[in-house]
Design a protein. Structure first.
Length: 320
């Protein structure tokens, strides 16, 4: 059963104390006994009647959101892979997460919208604030987090037999959003336009999504994420399975989207990080220790004048 661990400052939000602390935790962080992931037992079931969602109110009032990770630790079983990582991902900016393989970038990304807890052995400690609201708060539903904080994966994953237009709106049902027929057509068009795919597919919206090229499929997945109107878009190496032309197209799309959606992208490609991001965070897990952020800040400064010699070595391709 996945567990959430809380430090003393945040434990007050949570109720049930149920399971066992990973052994490594006691030595490395000051924590209270753990509670389960809020979505599994203390939050209202996702099928229940709608509850007030403060994030929705904020969504109406603003077009940009700030995501604030505070002292995030993560485990798989007893293996601690992140240790008290804090990072503010500001509204309207693209934040790139860089670092060698295995340092915890993807895990960190997946803690931000509670995807981490899908792994049965996973555990978590810390807070993730979306415009000041903790997505792990016991009163919040897990689907809220995933609706407001969308995700695009390494490998494009459209439903191959489903039409392009149905792929775009496939997330609506899962998040409980309902739209009428006219609104649905407008949403398909606007989402595909934002994802930079509309012109290429507008005459074949009923064709299967699986018939598109890899790069088009990835933009279809971006359109699917955008259709639920997320505040933040997480992208886990979204171009690693794509050719250079498709990669450039996705990078252009990221640039266009960043005006309205806060973007966090994991990338191994330093040129890509330099091209698409305004802020960068360098993760490292040295000698079997859990991943931490060595340095973060303005992307240009990180690449031209890093403060830490390890950052210098990494961005200059000397390791990783
Ligand atoms: N589902 C899982 N079960 C157990 N351990 C996992 C799981 N996913 C990741 N890990 C471990 O967590 C650590 C961090 O992995 P993670 O994928 O977050 O790193 P990363 O920096 O994103 O790596 P990469 O750049 O290679 O994708 C690694 O030691 C990895 O083996």
């Amino acid at each position: 059963m996945p567990t959430v661990h809380r430090d003393a400052t945040s434990a007050g939000h949570h109720a049930a104390v149920t399971s066992i602390l990973p052994p490594s935790d006691a030595a490395t962080t000051a924590v209270l006994p753990p509670v389960r992931f809020a979505g599994t037992d203390t939050a209202p079931p996702d099928t229940a009647a709608p509850v007030t969602d403060p994030l929705l109110d904020r969504a109406a009032a603003t077009t940009q959101s700030t995501l604030d990770a505070r002292r995030v630790s993560a485990w798989f079983g007893t293996h601690k892979v992140l240790d008290r990582v804090s990072l503010t991902m500001p509204a309207g900016k693209v934040t790139a997460l860089i670092g060698p393989s295995g340092c915890g970038k993807s895990t960190f990304l997946r803690t931000l919208n509670r995807m981490h807890e899908l792994v049965p052995s996973a555990a978590f400690a810390g807070e993730v604030l979306l415009d000041g609201v903790d997505v792990y708060d016991a009163s919040r539903r897990v689907t809220e987090a995933r609706r407001h904080i969308g995700m695009v994966f390494q490998k494009p994953n459209p439903f191959p037999a489903m039409s392009i237009q149905d792929n775009v709106v496939a997330g609506l049902g899962l998040t409980g959003l309902k739209v009428g027929k006219d609104e649905r057509a407008a949403l398909v068009e606007s989402s595909l336009t934002k994802a930079g795919l509309w012109k290429e597919v507008k005459d074949r919206l009923r064709a299967p999504g699986g018939g598109l090229s890899g790069g088009q499929q990835q933009r279809l997945c971006i359109a699917r994420s955008l259709a639920v109107r997320p505040r933040v878009l997480l992208m886990d190496e979204p171009c690693s399975a794509l050719d250079p032309t498709s990669t450039r197209r996705i990078e252009e799309t990221i640039g266009e989207l960043s005006a309205e959606v806060t973007i966090v992208i994991v990338t191994h490609n330093m040129q890509q990080a330099a091209r698409v991001s305004q802020q960068c965070a360098f993760f490292l897990a040295e000698a079997g220790t859990p991943g931490t952020i060595v340095e973060h800040g303005d992307t240009e400064a990180m690449f031209t004048a890093p403060r830490d010699p390890r950052t210098y070595d990494y961005v200059n391709g000397r390791f990783g």
